[in-house]
Design a protein around this ligand. Structure first.
Ligand code: C2E
Ligand code: MG
Ligand code: MG
Length: 442
């Protein structure tokens, strides 16, 4: 999508530049100056999208082109000598782009932009609206525009249809590959240690990995949302639980491994499946492990099914001996009301807070309050994404005792994880390239 946005920005800028030059050669300075506006807008958009500021890019791109097209249509591109205006032909394309963006992030603003593009298209097409001081484009240039602009609009239209098709079929493609991946054993679990301050492993988080034979590793951030969208998470999640329970079975008879807790991520759609409880009961029966060793990590998104049903299901599962952890805590609504109601035993402080907390006082205060809430409610906290000694030092000052992050160990294959438990390395040293945040020092 980024490449498509870059291409569209540059194409629009180049097309507008072509018109600017045509008007200049013909001696129409005012129209040329106005036509230069989309050249600048196109280049600004290209810079924004290249620097990764996608949200700002979309707003700037859509609003500036909407204003330009309407203004140009009313001021210069007015119907003349029986020939229609042509600039407004870009409006339905703009509406389609807005729809693409709406799919990415639904918002009222996007809906308003879609509606505005379509309504102004109809009005500008049907009515001979023009400003009282309109300066029509010279007829000989208008005659060129009558061919050039619809051709360009049709090309952009084709590009948009292609982007839309890519956008809509991508999850289906991933989902199909994912089912094959499950069958062909391309999915594996890696384990990231959760440790105390000295690096002693207290448990681990099982994280799913997909090693695609031709595409290489596919990040969970890509395939998990796609699996979620296509309703495959219950199947994928059951696979993860099966694997995790096999691991706990493998650890069961080793005194050093049998005390570890294994955390497994459970997606909202998997948890809210009607038979999730039965599936877990069956799995636990089959594997005969100590259920208290298995910890289910849920995010607040699970509450989409309503607080009461979720609380009930969690309570029933807790009765089996399972424990719960609230993942990415602090990134959602984090309402205290549901914390009181849900039988969780642990909060995982999201890594964005861990990073920011060691950098500035405002975020530090936030992390401190999360920790205070946890202490008041009798919950354990796990700090996620600890990467530097400075972050560790800050977390220690506020009383955190369990850490997970690259400082202590990256997600690793099972055998390596077991080695880390059985032959622990000394307390990790921070990577020197990280700046030392002032809070940790003080
Ligand atoms: P999560 O559950 O919050 O997992 C932690 C993520 O942070 C993992 O990314 C881990 O590799 C990464 N991480 C850990 N320590 C550090 C650190 O020090 N620095 C940085 N920058 N990152 C760190 P990963 O494995 O890419 O997983 C991303 C997300 O995908 C997970 O976030 C989880 O929400 C989801 N996920 C992964 N495996 C599963 C699964 O089996 N089932 C479900 N439902 N979701 C999963
Ligand atoms: Mg997690
Ligand atoms: Mg997390």
């Amino acid at each position: 999508m980024i490449r498509i946005y870059q291409a569209v920005s540059l194409t629009v800028a180049a097309f507008a530049l072509l018109w600017t030059v045509i008007f200049l050669i013909d001696g129409h300075w005012l129209i040329a100056a106005v036509e230069f506006f989309p050249v600048i807008a196109g280049l600004v958009c290209f810079a924004l999208v290249t620097s990764g500021r996608l949200d700002l890019f979309l707003i700037v791109a859509q609003s500036s082109f909407l204003v330009f097209i309407i203004g140009f249509s009313l001021m210069f591109d007015v119907p003349q000598n029986g020939a229609p205006r042509v600039t407004h032909l870009f409006l339905p394309v703009l509406g389609m782009l807005a729809y693409l963006n709406y799919l990415r992030r639904p918002s009222r603003l996007q809906l308003a932009l879609i509606a505005c593009s379509l309504v102004t298209f109809v009005v500008l097409h049907a009515a001979d609206l023009r400003l009282p001081f309109a300066q029509p484009v010279p007829p000989e240039l208008h005659a060129i525009g009558v061919w050039l602009n619809p051709t360009m609009a049709a090309l952009v239209f084709c590009g948009t249809i292609y982007a839309l098709q890519q956008r809509l079929s991508a999850p289906r493609g991933i989902a199909r590959d994912l089912m094959a991946a499950l069958r062909q054993g391309q999915l594996t679990l890696v384990y990231q240690p959760q440790t105390d301050r000295d690096g002693h492993v207290l448990g681990g988080e099982a994280l799913l990995r997909w090693n695609h034979p031709t595409r290489g590793p596919v990040p969970p951030a890509t395939f998990i949302p796609a699996a979620e969208e296509m309703g495959l998470m219950p199947i994928v999640g059951t696979f993860v639980l099966e694997q995790a329970l096999s691991t706990l079975t493998r650890w069961k008879d080793d005194p050093r491994l049998s005390t570890l807790t294994l955390s497994v991520n459970v997606s909202a759609s998997q948890f809210n499946e009607a038979d999730f409880e039965t599936t877990l009961r069956d799995l636990l029966q089959r594997h005969e492990i100590d259920p208290t060793r298995l910890r289910l990590e849920l995010t607040e998104s699970v509450l989409i099914a309503g607080l009461e049903p979720v609380a009930e299901k969690m309570t029933a599962l807790k009765a089996l001996g399972l424990t719960f952890s609230l993942d990415d805590f602090g990134t959602g609504f984090s309402s205290l009301a549901y914390l009181r109601r849900l039988p969780v035993s642990e909060l995982k402080i999201d890594r964005s807070f861990v990073a920011a907390g060691a950098e500035n006082e405002r975020d530090a205060a936030l992390v401190r309050s999360i920790r205070a809430i946890a202490v008041d409610l009798g919950l354990e906290t796990v700090a996620e994404g600890v990467e530097t000694q400075a972050q560790l030092a800050f977390l220690e000052t506020i009383g955190c005792r369990i850490f997970q992050g690259y400082l202590f160990g990256r997600p690793m294959p099972l055998e390596e994880f077991e080695q880390a438990v059985l032959a622990p390395k000394p307390r990790p040293v921070a990577s020197p390239e990280r700046p030392s945040p002032r809070l940790a020092a003080g």
